[in-house]
Design a protein around this ligand. Structure first.
Ligand code: ATP
Length: 444
């Protein structure tokens, strides 16, 4: 794919070029820019954009550019703002006209043609894809090739990679500021949550291409779990508005878990997940059943304070049926303006262990209630709907937020009704019949 635009201006046209670049920052930000030395200096001073520098025109910059046009496929277009009195038979323009004609590369010589050319190059929608290369168990390089193959014919795509030091949230904020039409998160629930936090409250919809281990948010929203289906969902472009929440000022799309769920997720490290996939969580969960102890919990729900001993507290904004510890009310509704709160409470005289038999019985019942969409009847499970929830525990307990451990209690969670726009089918499927295969092959 051609990824570079060459920019050149005669001295009398440099201000015109600077103002053109400023006017088209978003469209141009999807391209590498190259320019001869003097134009490059002018652009850097005038706009701050990064430009790859060629030799000056007097020292063969035109020939260098013509060579790149002829030798490579990277040059998408040439914009050369000519002085109106310039002699068109001069060699510096002739060499470029000839190279562009030979390679069928568009060449614009004034602002009006440059504007028309750029809008022709830019697809109708632009998107920034925030890609976590270490998510899940698939082959991320192969995944990215397939994503590009599927999306680029329809959407102008800029790809940004997360690293251990560059977060998805940071990249998503930059994307929002650049004014793209869509921000796409590709990774596990942690990546999706971070990107959702940056688009929250804006009109920019969030597209999701799930490549994590659990992909719970996609399941809850009815977004296909395979790359092809998820890309088609983005291309279809149907926008839904759903609730989002904040937990200790961080974005929360799914749920916060205290106690059992947090300890389970903490045990399933990246190495185990890479090796075992979703089984890593089940193995960790079974081990945690033996180890989980009860803790004192003070929970404030919409201003009313209660105290219980509990082994697990879950506060959910959205959750698929498989998130069993969120299902005490039978169903987590993602656009009801409420959080679903479930507390696994214990009697005062109960021993310290969160006994395995009782826990398994409770979870089986929750699973059933989630599938049947009915509330649970067990007296040791307390289920409520609320907009504001504060939880303190003694001793402090680990907190998992959207699949990532964020620290320990206390936490404060607030629902933001209709705070997030997502690209998703209008009807959420009743069961999880989605294909969760993540590493599909690109078409050769
Ligand atoms: N390039 C990278 N190298 C190492 N870690 C990264 C990189 N990019 C992001 N991360 C880390 O990845 C984590 C988010 O992972 P994410 O939830 O997307 O995938 P996952 O953990 O594989 O999926 P799941 O939550 O479904 O198990 C964050 O903690 C983030 O710091």
């Amino acid at each position: 794919m051609s990824t570079t635009i060459a920019l050149i201006a005669h001295d009398s046209q440099r201000e015109e070029l600077v103002s053109f670049v400023e006017e088209n920052t978003v469209a141009l930000s999807f391209y590498e820019l190259i320019a001869p030395e003097r134009t490059a200096q002018y652009l850097l001073q005038g706009t701050g954009v990064e430009v790859q520098v060629l030799s000056s025109l007097h020292h063969g910059g035109d020939i260098e550019l013509a060579y790149r046009i002829l030798q490579e496929t990277e040059i998408a277009a040439v914009i050369f703002f000519l002085d109106p009195g310039f002699n068109l038979s001069s060699p510096e323009i002739q060499v470029l006209i000839r190279a562009c004609n030979l390679q069928n590369v568009p060449l614009a010589t004034n602002r009006a043609t440059a504007r028309a050319m750029l809008s022709g190059l830019t697809r109708s929608r632009s998107a920034c894809l925030i890609f976590n290369p270490v998510s899940g168990t698939g082959n991320s390089q192969q995944d990215l090739v397939l994503i590009r193959q599927l999306l680029e014919p329809h959407i102008y795509l800029k790809v940004s990679f997360t690293t251990p030091t560059i977060s998805a949230e940071q990249l998503a904020k930059e994307a929002v500021e650049s004014g793209v039409d869509i921000v796409i998160a590709s990774g596990g629930d942690g990546t999706v949550s971070a990107v959702a936090g940056a688009v929250m409250g804006t009109d920019i919809p969030l597209g999701i291409i799930p490549r994590g281990t659990a992909n719970a948010f996609c399941m809850a929203m009815g977004i296909p779990g395979n790359i092809r289906g998820a890309c088609n969902n983005i291309i279809a472009g149907l926008i839904r508005t759903v609730d989002i929440a904040t937990c200790n000022a961080r974005p929360m799309i799914l749920l916060a878990g205290i106690g059992y769920e947090a300890e389970t997720i903490d045990k399933a490290d990246r190495e185990t997940k890479q090796r075992w996939g979703a089984l890593a969580y089940i193995m960790a969960g079974l081990q945690q059943l033996d180890e989980q102890v009860l803790f004192d919990t003070e929970i404030e729900i919409d201003g009313t304070i209660s105290r219980v001993r509990s082994g697990a507290v879950t506060i959910a904004n959205a959750a698929p049926a498989t998130s069993i510890l969120a299902q005490g009310l039978g169903e987590v509704i993602p656009n009801d303006g409420k959080l679903e709160v479930l507390i696994f409470a214990a009697n005062q005289n109960e021993n310290q262990k969160f006994t395995k038999v009782r826990a398994i019985a409770g979870m089986v019942e929750l699973f059933g209630s989630a599938l049947l969409k009915t509330g649970t009847q067990r007296d040791h499970m307390i289920g409520l709907r609320a907009t504001n929830v504060k939880v303190k525990t003694e001793p402090p307990q680990k907190v998992v937020l959207d699949g990532e451990i964020i620290g320990t209690t206390p936490i404060e969670i607030q629902c933001i009704p209709n705070g997030l726009k997502i690209l998703a089918p209008s009807v959420i499927p009743q069961t999880s019949d989605q294909n969760t295969e993540t590493s599909e092959k690109a078409e050769s």
